[in-house]
Ligand binder design. Structure first.
Ligand code: CTP
Ligand code: CA
Length: 222
C-alpha cells in the first residue's frame, strides 16, 4: 500500500495506541480477560513508526515483539491501562485498539482462593471498568483525532456508528469478527466516520494498519 509521495507523513506527530487484552485479577493466580492477540494494534504501531511518528504503545499482556522505533508500556489491567494513557498525553492521535475487559472483580483477593471442600463457589462481584476511549474523547486533553475499534459479530456498521457517537470518537474501525479473525493474521474492517463508511476488503493486518495510518496522516494534514 503506497504512502503517497511523503515517505514520513507522520513525522513530528505523537501517536498513542492501546493494544491487546487486559487481565483483571480475581486473586494472585487467576484473572478474567478478553480474547485478543494484540496483532492489529501492534501492526498499527509499526506502521505509524514507519511513517515517522513518535509512537507510544500501551500494551496489555500479549506475546509479541515490540516494533522498531516504538516506545512500549506494558500493563495488565484496565485501570493500569487508563493511567498509562493519561500519562502518555498529549498526543496528536489516539488509536484505541485494546480489547479492554468491561468488568473487573470488585474486590480481588490478596491470597489465592481455595476450594472449600464442599460445593460452594466463590461469589465474584463485578464492577464496571472506566471506558478509556470515552474518557479520552470527552476529556480536557483530547487528541485532535481519536480513533476507536469495535469488534462486532452482527450489524457491524450500525453498532459502530452508534459507538462512534456514544464514545465521542472521530472514527470507529469496525471489525467484523463473525469469521475466523481472533488471533488470525487477516482482518475485514470498515472505517466509520461522521460522513461515510469506508469498507476495506479482507486483507492482512499489516495492510489494514498501513491503510489506516495513511488516512490518519491525511486527516492530520487537513
Ligand atoms: N474501550 C475502552 N475502554 C473500555 C472499553 C472499551 O477504551 N473500558 C475501547 C476499545 O479499546 C475500543 C472501543 O472502546 O476502541 C470499543 O470497545 P467495545 O468493547 O467494542 O465497546 P463497548 O462500549 O465496551 O461495547 P460492548 O458492549 O459491545 O463491549
Ligand atoms: Ca467491551
Amino acid at each position: 500500500v503506497p504512502l503517497g509521495d511523503d515517505p514520513l507523513p507522520l513525522f513530528g506527530k505523537h501517536v498513542l495506541i492501546t493494544a491487546g487484552p487486559t487481565h483483571e485479577p480475581i486473586d494472585p493466580v487467576r484473572y478474567i480477560a478478553n480474547r485478543s492477540s494484540g496483532k492489529q494494534g501492534f501492526a498499527i504501531a509499526a506502521a505509524a513508526a514507519q511513517a515517522g511518528a513518535r509512537v507510544t504503545l500501551i500494551a496489555g499482556p500479549v506475546h509479541l515483539p515490540t516494533p522498531p522505533g516504538v516506545e512500549r508500556i506494558d500493563v495488565e489491567s484496565a485501570l493500569e491501562m487508563a493511567a498509562a494513557v493519561d500519562g502518555a498525553l498529549p498526543a496528536d492521535v489516539a488509536v484505541m485498539v485494546a480489547a479492554v475487559a468491561d468488568w473487573r472483580v470488585a474486590r480481588s483477593a490478596d491470597q489465592k482462593l481455595k476450594k472449600q471442600g464442599d460445593d460452594t463457589v466463590p461469589p465474584l462481584e463485578l464492577t464496571e471498568n472506566p471506558d478509556i476511549l470515552a474518557g479520552l474523547a470527552h476529556g480536557l486533553r483530547r487528541p485532535p483525532l481519536v480513533v476507536g475499534f469495535a469488534a462486532e459479530t452482527q450489524d457491524v456498521i450500525r453498532y459502530a456508528q452508534a459507538k462512534r457517537i456514544r464514545k465521542g470518537a472521530d472514527w470507529i474501525v469496525a471489525n467484523d469478527v463473525s469469521g475466523d479473525v481472533m488471533g488470525g493474521d487477516a482482518n475485514t474492517v470498515h472505517i466509520v466516520t461522521a460522513d461515510d463508511v469506508i469498507s476495506l476488503p479482507e486483507m492482512p493486518k499489516g495492510d489494514v494498519a498501513r491503510v489506516l495510518v495513511e488516512r490518519i496522516a491525511d486527516a492530520l494534514a487537513e
